[in-house]
Design a protein around this ligand. Structure first.
Ligand SMILES: C[S@@+](CC[C@H](N)C(=O)[O-])C[C@H]1O[C@@H](n2cnc3c(N)ncnc32)[C@H](O)[C@@H]1O
Length: 244
């Protein structure tokens, strides 16, 4: 991976922080930001080779929707036993520039393609595996069902979909305790109270979490035969959905 720069984007007090976007300044610190902000992120990546190994089918395609710097693509590649094309999609050019550098450096012999486009426009076909790690949460809620239907329709028999998200809990007590634990986690990761609260303000109305129940229901309505949580840390989960 390109050299990781410490995330200090929200360390100085500003009168009204701008809404969060995946621009050059975020791409520059993103590796550090996601590792220090998402509990279980490292574990998710470290287990993805097993998923790729089991479900990656020969001559199929694997998609990483919202691929950012390519960490997921690298994890998938590490597990693949068969000739499979990995396609990364992101609508941030700053992310994709760094992603290409990372992939050229770390998997020079692999077959991969990077698409600079909105995942709502991405054509999905012949996929044995589709991954969307912490990206659906940035898509308008009313567009999520058709996106998941398109993904399910593009997955081959025997294929799977991995969906990782920040979630909220319908039980308000659980919600409030999980948020407290999550903030404890961020403090332990070196973020100050100011950084935590300014980032929260910047993400308001940009990152839109939903409950696990809503995600599971939407996956079922999109056509997936079954889905289950395979990893959870506080209010961050990863679900696996089976096409059949
Ligand atoms: C939180 S990051 C994903 C992290 C990444 N999957 C990983 O595991 O390291 C969300 C990414 O999705 C991209 N993104 C957000 N909305 C998008 C959209 N509508 N189409 C394509 N990419 C999008 C952002 O540019 C950003 O790189």
């Amino acid at each position: 991976m390109t050299q990781s720069v410490r995330d200090e984007l929200y360390s100085q007090e500003v009168a009204s922080p701008e809404k969060f976007k995946f621009d050059e300044s975020v791409a520059n610190v993103f590796e550090d930001m996601i590792q220090r902000s998402v509990p279980g992120y490292g574990m998710t990546l470290s287990l993805m080779p097993l998923i790729a190994k089991r479900y990656g089918q020969e001559n199929s395609k694997i998609y990483d929707l919202g691929c950012s710097l390519g960490a997921g693509m690298l994890a998938l590649h590490a597990g693949l036993l068969k000739e499979t094309k990995i396609i990364g999609v992101d609508n941030s050019q700053s992310m994709l520039d760094r992603c290409r550098q990372n992939l050229d450096q770390s998997m020079p012999k692999a077959t991969f393609e990077l698409l600079h486009e909105d995942i709502l426009e991405t054509a999905i076909s012949d996929a044995s595996l589709v991954v969307m790690n912490f990206t659906l949460q940035f898509i308008a809620k009313e567009k999520r069902s058709s996106l998941l239907r398109k993904i399910c329709d593009g997955i081959l028999p025997g294929g799977v979909f991995l969906l990782s998200e920040k979630i909220e809990f319908s039980d308000q007590c659980i919600q409030s305790e999980m948020i407290k634990l999550y903030h404890d986690f961020k403090k332990r990761q070196g973020y100050s109270e100011l950084e935590i609260s300014q980032k929260r303000d910047a993400l308001e109305d940009v990152l839109l979490p939903e409950s696990i129940e809503t995600h599971k229901q939407r996956l079922a309505e999109a056509g997936f035969a079954r889905s289950e949580t395979w990893l959870q840390c506080f209010n961050f989960v990863s679900l696996i959905a089976f096409r059949d």
